[in-house]
Design a protein around this ligand. Structure first.
Ligand SMILES: [Fe+2]
Length: 343
């Protein structure tokens, strides 16, 4: 089958990563490198070539894992900057400062200390009492006018068992839509809202003084305390040129062009495309010092709060471009010459 043309940034491709053992975790999403050290790639003489290819692979596979990494915090920040730069990201997009980051935070403004709360603690803070773990599916910081392209998470403290993370492919979720319905959605926009961070009992430890960072938070457009943005429902990934469903249960509140009730029903259906299709998800069991790098532009994820004990990690999030939909863009299945989904 002929592979269709895409509207991706025209980035040079390379076979530089071929010498490093890796395997795909599922047909749709996820790849794992078994022995590579990211800190070596940063220092290599062909570093730019390696990291540009890595950015492309992350954008295609949604999420890439590296085992037992020696990468330092400074290297983690450098890597995040380079992935954006080398994959053609805008010059004025830097690393994100989360609005709930406290002054003098432990590792600086550009690193979020991930301290995943247990289900009991989360319920105490959030008070929602939901019995569905699927309520927490999200893509990072989509409430920003200029949201994230890549996120790098290193987990260094783990419970004995549990605390897995699950990622889902927004490309494949989009490929599950019937062509006529997809066409309708391609013209729609949706409100993303994180006013939850402004609550005095915000569900993150670092937000307990309710002092929202007014910005700029990594980009001149990411300012103020509103924490709201409007983005297209279907977004074109600028690296791959593939369409993805750019909605997530945590932050996506209202499809602007529809009535309240239409929005509520369709939004729920769109969420279910990810949460009820485990064949577009990958679930990862962490080892200490593993690193995951994902493309927030085309991926949703969710933590599993099933454990007892501590779970800590460091996350750095880079910013991409203002999301847009290119009517000439095609789906992942079209781009790879795969048959349409037959449901
Ligand atoms: Fe996240």
């Amino acid at each position: 089958m002929a592979v269709a043309e895409t509207v991706a940034r025209s980035l040079p491709r390379s076979d530089a990563l071929d010498q490093y053992p890796s395997f795909d975790l599922t047909p749709v999403i996820g790849r794992q490198f078994t022995t590579a050290q990211l800190s070596d790639w940063l220092k290599a003489s062909n570093s730019d070539e390696l990291l540009r290819e890595l950015a492309i692979v992350i954008s295609e596979r949604n999420i890439v894992f590296f085992k037992k990494q020696t990468l330092t915090i400074e290297e983690q920040k450098l890597l995040a900057r380079k992935l954006g730069e080398l994959s053609g990201g805008p010059e004025d997009s830097g690393l994100h400062i989360h609005p709930s980051t406290v002054d003098n935070s432990e590792l600086g403004d550009l690193v979020s200390v991930i301290s995943t709360l247990t289900p009991e603690a989360k319920a105490r803070r959030f008070g929602h009492g939901s019995q569905f773990a699927s309520r927490e599916w999200h893509s990072d910081i989509t409430f920003e006018p200029v949201p994230s392209d890549f996120a790098i998470l290193k987990i260094h403290t783990l419970p004995e068992v549990g605390g897995d993370t699950v990622w889902g492919s927004a490309y494949e979720a989009c490929d599950r839509l019937s062509p006529e319905f997809a066409k309708h959605l391609e013209g729609l926009t949706v409100l993303h809202d994180a006013s939850v961070f402004r609550r005095p009992d915000a569900p993150y430890v670092c937000a307990n003084d309710n002092a929202i960072r007014k910005g700029p938070r990594g980009h001149p457009l990411n300012v103020g305390t509103e924490l709201r943005a409007v983005h297209p429902v279907i977004r074109t990934n600028p690296v791959t040129g593939w369409k993805g469903l750019f909605v997530n249960r945590a932050f996506t509140k209202r499809i602007i062009e529809l009535s309240y009730d239409e929005s509520a029903v369709i939004r729920e259906y769109l969420f279910r495309l990810t949460t009820e299709n485990h064949d577009l998800q990958v679930r990862y069991r962490w080892d200490k010092d593993d690193i995951a790098i994902w493309a927030n532009s085309s991926t949703v994820h969710n933590v599993t709060r099933d454990y007892v004990g501590e779970r800590y990690g460091n996350r750095v999030v880079s910013l991409g471009e203002k999301p847009s939909y290119d009517p000439k863009s095609i789906s992942r299945r079209q781009a790879l010459g795969l048959p349409a989904f037959a449901g």
